[in-house]
Ligand binder design. Structure first.
Ligand SMILES: Nc1ncnc2c1ncn2[C@@H]1O[C@H](COP(=O)(O)OP(=O)(O)OP(=O)(O)O)[C@@H](O)[C@H]1O
Ligand SMILES: [Mg+2]
Length: 305
């Protein structure tokens, strides 16, 4: 029934050590069973069992799945064939081996994760904090700009050190603001920025961070390209664990329903939807000052620390 130990052993070693770490241990276990019992089909059943069991008529084997509320049912493709106690022994040995592999993999991942967290913490608390102090102490504009961009790269590096890690909203907003400021300065567009205090208890997940960054990036690009303005205002507020962002420019304005949409607005809508949020474009005009422009409202729920 088996391919032969030389083939099976090779497969087993490959499964355990050349894994891309994206498949779960349950998928891995199923693969092993499929490979060792090629003449069978496997059904997943919704209940946990402790150990392998041979059915009374020897036509089926019930097999436990590690850390799961399910088990597998192994059935011969050819109904004539039967399973034996030897098959149960083999499955038990494979199960133990796979379980050991799972706990080794978990320990390695945990160790690597802790080490990345430690490096990220040191970089954030020590190096990034010193750079920030430097920005506040030096007077020379060029040095400030250079230090800011180093700080930005460092924050990105810290952030990507561990793609499971989260970032505080304050750090994220500070970075985004600095980037927008850097883009608007050479164009002579003035940026007014308001943000709430006491946002430390909130964190961004990596997706929230990336999405907000890209949304504001596109909004600013559109203002630079289409609005014909010298002023923009970003107002960030916190209400009922939701982040509200209002971006206003005093440019041409436009009608969201009749404009020719490009990729930008389409992507903004998709990103806001991924954040379970809402976005709305409107025109504002002030008869007294004679100013017009576009106003964009975005809101999405936050994650508490
Ligand atoms: N702040 C703004 N002021 C005036 N018009 C705007 C503003 N933002 C967007 N628009 C209008 O909305 C249209 C659609 O914007 P969208 O970002 O979807 O596409 P785009 O900027 O033309 O191209 P791209 O696909 O490169 O983003 C723009 O072409 C422009 O006419
Ligand atoms: Mg655009």
């Amino acid at each position: 029934m088996h391919n032969g130990l030389d083939q099976d052993l090779k497969f087993l070693v490959n499964t355990f050590y050349n894994q891309d770490h994206t498949s779960s241990i349950e998928q891995c276990w199923e693969q092993i069973l499929v490979n060792f019992f090629p003449e069978t089909v496997i059904h997943k059943q919704a209940s946990a069992i402790e150990s392998s069991q041979l059915s009374d008529d020897t036509s089926r084997i019930l097999i436990p799945v590690m850390n799961s509320n399910t088990h597998f049912e192994l059935i011969h493709k050819n109904n004539e064939q039967a399973f034996s106690d030897k098959d149960i022994d083999l499955i038990d040995s494979l199960f133990n081996l796979t379980q050991q592999f799972a706990s080794t993999r978990e320990a390695i991942e945990r160790g690597a994760h802790e080490e990345r967290q430690r490096i990220a913490r040191d970089l954030h608390d020590d190096v990034a904090a010193r750079l920030l102090t430097l920005i506040h102490q030096v007077k020379d504009k060029k040095t400030i700009e250079l230090t800011r961009s180093i700080l930005k790269s460092l924050r990105n590096a810290i952030y990507t050190l561990d793609n499971k890690s989260t970032t505080t909203i304050l750090d994220a907003i500070t970075d985004i603001r600095a980037e927008i400021q850097d883009r608007l300065n050479p164009l002579g567009i003035q940026l007014f920025w308001q943000q709430p205090e006491n946002i430390e208890r909130f964190i961004f997940t990596p997706r929230q961070h990336i999405n907000l960054h890209r949304i504001l990036h596109e909004i600013v690009t559109n203002i630079i390209r289409h609005a014909n303005t010298n002023y923009m205002h970003i107002d960030i507020e916190l209400q009922n664990d939701h982040l509200h962002i209002n971006v206003v420019d005093n440019g041409n304005g436009f009608d969201i329903n009749s404009c020719i949409p490009g990729k930008g607005i389409h992507n903004i809508k998709n990103r806001v939807a991924e954040l379970n949020g809402m976005v709305n474009w409107s025109n504002h005009s002030n008869a007294e000052t004679g100013s017009n422009g576009c106003s964009i409202d975005i809101s999405f729920p936050l994650t508490t620390q």
